[in-house]
Design a protein around this ligand. Structure first.
Ligand SMILES: *Cc1c(COP(=O)(O)O)cnc(C)c1O
Length: 376
């Protein structure tokens, strides 16, 4: 059996090596390293794939969120409602810009932000909602967009984990995750579903005016070289990464199918094991399985993780400490007990290996090892 990794990026590269190597060499020969044609082409192809008007490359997913908040003119003191059960980057940029993070709890089944709790957290100072499409499923965007409209709020989708996921509105309209709010952001970190071979990110919008502002902020606040309209940042997508991403974008749908096949294998094997919950599927969203995350009841999670690791199966806890209980982001308002679902699931979640390259032998080893722990 091939050794099992959380994500097998080497195996994935081997299958597209010829195309990727050629594309990277092409960039070197052209020496168009910054904002070359590869970046433009990727932006066009991404926008077409997702069905959105503008896709704007930037340096990483954290920058994408920061740039979105800067372009929307969010100001110190403005409140931004987001999940605490997320990767820290979402909350970090809110803090960096002097905005106030306000945390909403998540739903225990899908792990996504709970619109009912967003509603409870809206105040006259609230300016934006940042739903995080966690682990590969789109949050309940119909409810979130309704709340935003009613209260005049911006919606910035943190789509670093769910690129390719489809969301269906109650009227049957289908949209891709990251193209529904005023702005969407994603990360091309290597282990993400659409990952490059270094750092990268992108921002999406259907609003022409906002697209201009986003590009301006990315480019030192400038439209015309050496003339600066606003305070900006330097955040660019590398041409070599763009060339690699153009190839991987062509495989994205197949990658999603491979991840779903692995998830279906897990689901089937873990049916009816007491104390073990498989990931719930949202009624309105397809799943692209950035992570396959179990919930383990009865305080057994850490013991299962140890048992798996002793048997050659890596497993990870995403996320062991929610943002509101991190030392950097503690506040009087969000103490221990303030977000009961978030706090409970951080003790129960365990993510299994998930990649485009898992084979049946590996999946069988993983599932039998899990089942042995539960004597089933
Ligand atoms: C990965 C990730 C980010 C940050 O992306 P980087 O490219 O690593 O900066 C932000 N939010 C979420 C939910 C992520 O998973």
């Amino acid at each position: 059996m091939k050794p099992i990794q959380m994500v097998d990026l080497v195996g994935q590269y081997q299958k597209i090596k010829t195309e990727v190597d050629q594309a990277v060499l092409g960039v070197m020969q052209s020496a168009a390293f910054i904002n070359g044609p590869e970046v433009k082409h990727l932006e066009q192809e991404l926008a077409a794939h997702l069905g959105v008007k503008h896709a704007i490359g930037c340096a990483n997913g954290t920058d994408a969120l920061q740039i979105a908040m800067m372009a929307l003119d969010l100001k110190p003191g403005d409140e931004v409602i987001t999940a605490s059960f997320t990767f820290v980057a979402t909350v970090e940029v809110i803090g960096l810009l002097g905005l106030t993070p306000v945390f909403a709890d998540v739903l225990p089944g899908t792990f996504n932000i709970d619109p009912a709790d967003i509603k409870r957290k809206i105040t006259p100072k609230t300016k934006a909602i940042v739903p995080v499409h966690l682990f590969g499923q789109t949050a309940d965007m119909a409810a979130i967009m309704d709340l935003a409209k009613e209260h005049g709020l911006y919606v910035i989708e943190d789509n670093c984990q769910a690129v390719g996921s489809d969301y269906t509105f109650p009227d049957g309209t289908v949209k891709k995750a990251g193209t529904i709010g005023h702005v969407g952001t994603t990360s091309f970190f290597p282990s993400k579903n659409l990952g490059c071979y270094g750092d990268g990110g992108a921002i999406f919008t259907n609003d022409d005016e906002l697209a201009k502002k986003l590009r301006r902020v990315c480019n030192h606040g400038s439209d015309v070289r050496y003339y600066h309209e606003v305070v900006g940042v330097n955040s660019r997508l590398d041409s070599m990464q763009a060339a690699i991403l153009r190839i991987k974008l062509r495989h994205l749908d197949d990658y999603g199918k491979a991840r779903n096949a692995a998830a279906a294998f897990y689901d089937e094997a873990f049916k009816g094991i007491p104390g073990l919950s498989t990931p719930e599927r949202s009624a309105n969203s397809t799943h692209v399985f950035h992570q396959y995350t179990l919930k383990v009841a009865g305080g057994q999670r850490d013991a299962l993780k140890k048992h798996l690791e002793e048997n050659g199966v890596p497993a990870m806890i995403y996320y062991p400490v929610p943002c509101h209980l991190q030392n950097a982001y503690r506040s009087a308002r969000f103490g221990e007990g303030s977000l009961p679902v978030t706090e409970a699931i951080t003790h129960e979640v365990l993510s299994l290996p998930m990649s485009t390259e898992l084979d049946n032998e590996q999946l069988t080893h993983i599932t039998t090892t899990v089942k042995r722990f539960f004597n089933s």
